[in-house]
Each structure stands twice: as C-alpha cells, then as structure tokens.
Design a protein around this ligand. Structure first.
Ligand code: PHE
Ligand code: NA
Length: 452
C-alpha cells in the first residue's frame, strides 16, 4: 500500500480543520441561538461549553487521529476491536449530512446568481417557497428539471475534483484558497453591515444580557449543542483530518487555535447578522424580535428581502451568498473525506474507487432533495441527525474512551509529549464526567420535548 497521505504544512491542516468547523452553523445557527438563549448572557454557558467540551474533545479527537493514524472506524478498532462501530456510526452521520449539505450549497450558488438585479422580487418568501422550490421561477427549465440541478452538478463536480486530487493537493489547497477568501469577504460584509442605519439597535438586542437564562437548563443544552455542531466534533471528521498530520504535531495548540478561530467567526457572524437585522427592523418599522430567524428562512427569505433594500444590493447579495457557498463547501469536503477514508481502509479500495462508490452514492441520494419535497425531507433528516445522531455519537465516544478503554491517561501523555501546553485534570474531568453528563441530559431533554 501507499504511504499514508499527509498535510503539506501545519497551516494547511489548520485551515482544513477551521474550514470544516466554520460552516452554515456559524452564519445562520449561532446568531439566533445566542439571541434566543440569553443574548449577552449566553456567552457564559457558551464559553463554558467551549472549554469543557469543545476544545477538550477536539484535543481528544486530534490525538486519536495522530496516534493511530487511521480513519475513524479503524482508529476505534485499534483502541478496542469492539469499538469499531462507534467510528462507523459517526461516519454514517457524516454520510447522511453529505447527502443534503450540497443542496444548500447549490441554493447559495443559485442565489448568488439571482443577486444580479435581485431577481427574487418583492415577496421573497413566496419566491423561495413557491417559485424557487417548486421550479417555476425565472431561469427555471420548466417544471420537470429542478433549477437547482445545474448548481447541484457544479457543486458535486467541485467536490469530486477536490477529493480526486487527494489530501495535500486537493483538500489542503482548496482550503488555503477558500478560507482566507471567506474571511476577507465576511469582514467586508460585517464592516458594511455595522455602518447601516439601525445596526446599533440590532447589536444592542443581540448583546443585551438576560441573566435569568443562565439558570435555565435548556440554555446550557443549547450552548453545548451549538459547540458540538459548530466544531464538527463527534462526526469522525477531526479524527480523519488529524490522521494526516505528521507524527510529531502540537495537537493541543492546534485544537485551541481551531476552537478559538471558529468561535471568533461565530461572534463575527452574530455581529454581522444582527446589524443587518437591525437595519431591517428599522426599514419595516418592526421590532428585532419580529425579524429574528435562523436557518434556511434567514438565508433565503429574510436576507434576500433585506439585500433588496440595501445600497449596492446586487454586490452585497453576491458577497453574502458566495460566503455561504465557501463556508458550506469547505465543510462538505471534510464530511466527504471522512467516509471516503473509512470505506477505503475497510475494503482496501483505491482512493479513486472509494470516491466513485462513496461520493457517487451520496450524489445520487442528494438528487432526492432537489425535488419539490426536498426541504421537508431535509428538515426532518437534519432534525434527527442534530438532536439524536450527534449527541449519541458523542456520548458513545467519550464513554467508550474514558470508561471502557480507559485510555485518557495514554492520550494525555501522547498530546503532552508534543506540546508546551500540558493537559491537566480538567481535561480528563471534561471528557470523563462533564461531557457525558451534559450529553446524557441533552438526550433526555430532547426526548422529553419530542414526546410532549
Ligand atoms: N461545523 C459546521 C458548521 O458549523 C457544521 C458541520 C458539522 C458541517 C459537521 C459538516 C459536518 O456549520
Ligand atoms: Na462552526
């Protein structure tokens, strides 16, 4: 067999890890989550979650990848034969996400194109839900071929191309281009946003602390949930990416950089989004409360509406949707690499074959989301993945490592041997106790809410 692929530079690895972490979750999930869970006060549970779960688990996953130098399933099986399924569970989650993520990326491309002359018109909600999703908007090819098909094919072509080039020449170079570009574009957006009339009111609403919320268990669950999703942990991604690190790498430091970079981007996105929502509230004479949304509705309904009212609207629209595209595609590459590496190792396939079968299957499934019922399907799958899939994967992972395999001390020694930052008892406590308790509580809460 060939030598294991390896990142060309440390910066390349960091940009790839940050590229996976920084995604749609930062832009359209974090701002509303923070606002609805205490505003300025949310930063306390959020920082707590970052330091007791996010970064500790990132350190653990980077260490596992670097120590065992294998895909997630094989890494877990090297820890203990009976644990291979945990890796496959995580790989499966990544695979499922890889079937609907490209649709959202394709929508972003399409809306970047619609930005020329703000083609979504005055009623953006009706445009997105009726015209766009039911394929009767301008630029559609009739009602049989969904208009998202061409951007979807473009997205998949880019993904196949980057994957085909491999870790160093494909993933690393792509992220070296995408991530700095994304940062620059996003900074421009935020700078424009905060100078808009009404921006200050939006920011006030965002940062205004509701201190009582700190006593609310569901706020803590929201904070940990955001951190898990946002850092791409328990998706097998970070294990896979770190398995391509050189033997001696400063893992602990890399984890801190990745964690803080992602959170900084999240904060930046919160500022940008709320400045813009403040502008919208002022224009429409409504309160901030009335205009706050997240997810697909924020990106493809509320933002187009605001963009139309902005000075230089076409340009602004393009910048916004291109940044969604860049954030999305770099995350998409990371999930794709995760299952490709797993399948390739398990069945001793060539990389090419693994890409063909793995990503080929994901591509075919993704076509179902391009149909009229796509959004409903997407919402349902996304809901179960986020509320049960990931929380369970994380729970299995930390309990298996800390309580069954009992290798926390080994992993700690491995990381400490290569870093000036030494892990102490807080790290073992975070992984062994705090995270399992929080994840268990999170699962129960979600179950209770759903059964109600
Ligand atoms: N971390 C990404 C975000 O914040 C979400 C993601 C998770 C993407 C897992 C791919 C896989 O948007
Ligand atoms: Na993120």
């Amino acid at each position: 067999m060939n030598e294991r692929s390896q990142w060309g530079t440390r910066l390349g690895f960091l940009l790839a890890a940050i590229g996976s972490a920084v995604g749609l979750g930062n832009i359209w999930r974090f701002p509303a989550t923070a606002y609805e869970n205490g505003g300025g006060a949310f930063f306390i549970p959020y920082l707590f979650a970052l330091l007791t779960a996010g970064i500790p688990i990132l350190i653990m996953e980077f260490t596992i990848g670097n120590k065992y130098r294998s895909s997630a399933p094989r890494s877990f099986s090297k820890i203990s034969k009976g644990m291979e399924w945990i890796g496959w569970w995580q790989v499966l989650i990544s695979f499922v996400i890889s079937t609907y993520y490209p649709i959202i990326i394709a929508w972003s491309l399409m809306f970047a194109y619609y930005s020329f002359g703000t083609k979504w018109g005055a009623d953006t909600s009706s445009f997105f839900f009726n015209d766009f999703l039911s394929m009767t908007d301008p630029g559609s090819f009739g009602s049989i071929v969904p208009n998202v098909l061409i951007p979807l094919l473009i997205v998949w072509t880019i993904v196949f191309f980057i994957m085909g080039k491999g870790v160093k020449k494909g993933i690393e170079i792509a992220n070296r281009i995408f991530i700095p570009t994304l940062m620059i574009i996003f900074l421009i957006i935020v700078i424009c946003a905060v100078t808009l009339p009404g921006a200050l009111e939006g920011l006030n609403a965002f940062f205004e602390p509701n201190w009582e919320s700190i006593m609310d268990g569901s706020v803590w669950v929201a904070a940990y949930g955001q951190i898990f999703f946002s850092l791409s942990i328990a998706f097998a991604i970070m294990i896979t990416y770190s398995s391509y690190l050189p033997k001696k790498s400063d893992i602990t430091n890399n984890a801190f950089i990745t964690g803080f970079a992602n959170s900084s981007f999240e904060l930046l996105a919160g500022i940008g989004v709320f400045a813009i929502l403040g502008f919208m509230a002022l224009q429409s004479g409504s309160s901030i409360d009335e205009v706050v949304t997240s997810g697909v509705g924020l990106a493809f309904v509320v933002f187009p509406e605001i963009i139309s009212q902005m000075p230089a609207s076409s340009l602004f629209g393009i910048l916004f949707f291109v940044s969604l595209f860049l954030a999305g595609i770099s995350s998409m590459i990371s999930i794709t690499e995760t299952y490709i590496a797993g399948v390739q190792e398990k069945f001793s396939l060539s990389r090419g074959k693994a890409i063909l079968f793995g990503a080929g299957l994901s591509f075919i499934i993704s076509l179902f989301y391009a149909t009229q019922g796509g959004l409903v399907l997407l919402d349902t799958v996304d809901y179960f993945i986020n509320n049960y899939g990931v929380a369970l994967a994380g729970l299995f992972e930390v309990v298996a490592i800390a309580w069954f395999a009992r290798i926390l001390k080994d992993l700690q020694n491995h990381a400490d041997g290569q870093s000036a930052i030494k892990l102490g008892w807080w790290w073992r406590l975070s992984i062994g106790v705090i995270t399992p308790v929080v994840l268990g509580y999170m699962m129960l809460q979600n179950l209770r809410n759903d059964l109600e």
